[in-house]
Design a protein. Structure first.
Length: 154
């Protein structure tokens, strides 16, 4: 996972401003560190409308794996995470902002597609939100999500 300028939250924001967020996601997923070309292809085929980066509460992300008590498919004990999670957590506490996580919106849920280790490192660092890029299969779903998010802020 690279946190270089090309894959930072600011870089994602710039891609969104150019209406190239989907391309940014695909490049990020294919980049060294992410190395997930299969997911890039899958999301490029399924998801056409993107939003972000936006801050999302960690407890609203449905994760493949994570700590007991979190919305996860498989709970993993604290000791079973890779050592680099602790390193990344310390870096976050020292001011590092990791790249945004990649999320899809399915059945009114935010499903974490890429970034499980970043989310866990953020959680361990005491954060309660993550920057996310959210993909939608339907433009109306995206519009409803934005409207609900704006209503919650007011």
């Amino acid at each position: 996972m690279s946190s270089g300028d090309g894959y930072s939250t600011d870089a994602a924001r710039a891609a969104a401003d150019r209406e190239e967020l989907g391309e940014w996601v695909a490049k990020f997923l294919r980049s060294p560190g992410s190395d997930n070309a299969d997911l890039a292809d899958l999301l490029s085929d399924k998801i056409r409308w993107w939003l972000g980066p936006v801050q999302v509460p960690l407890d609203q992300l449905n994760r493949l794996a994570g700590p007991p008590g979190a919305p996860v498919v498989r709970a993993i004990d604290e000791g079973d995470w890779r050592d680099d999670i602790d390193d990344l957590s310390r870096d976050i506490q020292a001011g590092l902002e990791p790249p945004p996580v990649i999320v899809s919106y399915r059945d009114d849920q935010l499903v974490l597609e890429d970034g499980n280790h970043r989310v866990e490192a953020l959680r361990r660092a005491g954060a309660n939100q993550a920057w996310a890029v959210i993909g939608f299969e339907d433009p109306d779903e995206r519009a409803r999500f934005v409207a609900r998010s704006e209503a919650k802020q007011n």
